[in-house]
Ligand binder design. Structure first.
Ligand code: GLU
Length: 501
């Protein structure tokens, strides 16, 4: 039987980065087994529907390179892949489950249930209370159906039988046992005719022939109800295997990583930037922070999974080859943002210069720098060992694209002197005459110049660096000089003389 897995997000806003990890593990599992990765949009909770969220999910998957084989916007033979387009189907199955004796029609109004909750501690609809409520178990099916015919609002509830154990053999957590007496009679079909998550999810997993459910730990408690649904429909023999992924924890201390932690810790917790209705509801993403999607994938893959050994850098092919559910940890995985940055540095360092030049083109355009592709590639080559994020190329390395904005005056105070001014004046004709104007010959010429005049390198080279970049940090002096070109270098030597003199 070939593996079929699904990523089933609800479009309730920007997709949390943990959702991308879930998608990634599903994707890796499918690819590893030569199976199928499906995207299903679970939008049955209309009160939580957020416009734009579905497009966001799809764009986020595209950005990290997790393209579904089937799914909403990707096609396939098991569609539609958006649950709101499958409404009639769920209604049919809800009625079928009532006919099979595993569910019932309930007519209690929200007010009536609230009244019970107010007067009885821990009131819930279950095997203890259902006989005292208004439903088809009490009235008989025929009466209930007549009421439905005449337009009475109703819900369908799962009929949970007490006194048995429900066993989930989780591929990550092992055997998890639930007591059916502790479970409530979950609503399956709501009064508005929409299914709840539980019903839609199980019907779809069955119809879409899902073999493995890989999802967040928060869904583990629901799984007991899901097992009962499979049993009720008579689908137990094709029930998927369950795997519940560990939580993603805050960078410090305990607790689940939340949306708000982005602002709290100054880091993105969403794959793509999200523009909500208010500033408070708008978030930065890994994309506009300047991460490479490959780095994000590598970072997320190791957030709760490791195949053993010391390797940390894995490209997608390597992840697919190495991935298995049994190396996923049970315990929560700390969201170590410093590690994410480290991955980004590594991926930037090993990225092709032409590719990096393309990626930073928007930042260059935003600044209005008028530079050709070759120049950007040269700048990228000089800076790639030094940056963490893509915008750093134009932020930290701005002096490769425009003149020095600020000089390191502290160093200048120590190093600049009348002698230094004299050295600069004498050096300018050497620079002007240098041919070819390339890093190594230029370096040799400057060294010869220093030797001839008895200038110590420490008295000239730091000043040259400050002339070109304003700062003591940055790429090698002669590499910068070669990129900037003869004319620009001379201009910058003069500019420093004016500034310091
Ligand atoms: N719609 C659920 C979610 O938003 C899906 C959970 C599952 O994968 O079963 O995460």
């Amino acid at each position: 039987m070939s593996v079929r897995v699904r990523f089933a997000p609800s479009p309730t806003g920007a997709l949390h980065i943990g959702g991308i990890r879930t998608a990634l593990y599903n994707y890796l599992f499918a690819r590893h087994h030569g199976g199928t990765f499906i995207l299903r949009i679970e939008d049955t909770d209309q009160t939580r529907y957020v416009p734009g969220a579905e497009a966001y999910i799809i764009n986020a998957l595209k950005w990290v390179g997790l393209l579904p084989d089937e799914g909403q916007e990707f096609g396939g033979n098991f569609g539609p892949y958006r649950q709101s387009d499958r409404k009639a189907l769920y209604q049919q199955y809800a009625h079928e489950l009532v006919q099979r004796g595993h569910a019932y029609y309930a007519f209690d109004t929200p007010e009536a249930l609230d009244a019970r909750r107010a007067s009885e501690e821990n009131f819930t609809c279950n095997f203890r209370t259902r006989e005292s409520l208004d439903n088809s178990l009490v009235s008989g099916i025929a009466t209930a159906e007549a009421r439905i015919q005449s337009g009475a609002p109703f819900v369908v509830r799962l009929k949970v039988m007490p006194g048995r154990e429900i066993i989930v053999d989780d591929l990550i957590r092992g055997r998890v046992v639930f007591q059916s007496s502790e479970l409530d009679d979950k609503v399956l079909l709501k009064a508005d005719g929409m299914p709840t998550y539980h019903l839609a999810n199980i019907v779809d997993d069955h119809l879409m022939e899902i073999t493995h459910v890989i999802r967040g730990e928060e869904w583990l408690p629901s799984t007991a109800h899901h097992v009962l649904l499979y049993e009720g429909f008579g689908w137990s023999d094709t029930m998927p295997r369950f795997s519940h992924l560990p939580l993603i924890l805050k960078p410090v201390g305990n607790g689940k990583l939340s949306k708000r932690d982005g602002a709290q810790f100054g880091m993105p917790v969403f794959p793509l930037a999200w523009k909500g209705e208010t500033a408070q509801d708008s978030f930065d993403g890994f994309d506009n922070t300047g991460f490479l999607p490959e780095a994000v994938v590598n970072f997320l893959a190791l957030l709760g999974w490791h195949p053993g050994g010391d390797q940390e850098i894995f490209n997608m092919e390597e992840l697919i080859a190495a991935f298995s559910l049994d190396h996923i940890s049970k315990g929560g995985a700390r969201f170590d943002y410093e590690k994410a940055k480290w991955f980004n540095q590594k991926y930037i360092q090993s990225a092709d210069n032409a590719h990096l030049a393309e990626l930073i083109a928007p930042y260059i355009a935003e600044k209005g720098y008028d530079v050709c592709k070759e120049y950007v590639e040269g700048a990228v080559a000089l800076m790639k060992e030094r940056v963490t994020f893509l915008p750093d190329f134009v932020e930290q390395g701005y002096y490769l694209f425009e003149g020095v904005r600020q000089y390191d005056d502290e160093t200048l105070q120590k190093k600049w002197s009348a002698q230094a001014a004299e050295n600069f004046t004498a050096l300018i004709p050497v620079v002007e005459a240098q041919e070819p104007f390339e890093a190594q010959p230029l370096e040799e010429a400057v060294k010869a110049f220093m030797q001839e005049r008895g200038i110590k390198p420490g008295d000239l080279l730091p000043l040259l660096r400050i002339a070109l970049a304003g700062t003591m940090k940055g790429p090698a002096v002669f590499d910068m000089a070669a990129l900037l070109g003869r004319e620009e270098m001379v201009q910058r030597l003069r500019a420093l003389m004016q500034h310091a003199g």
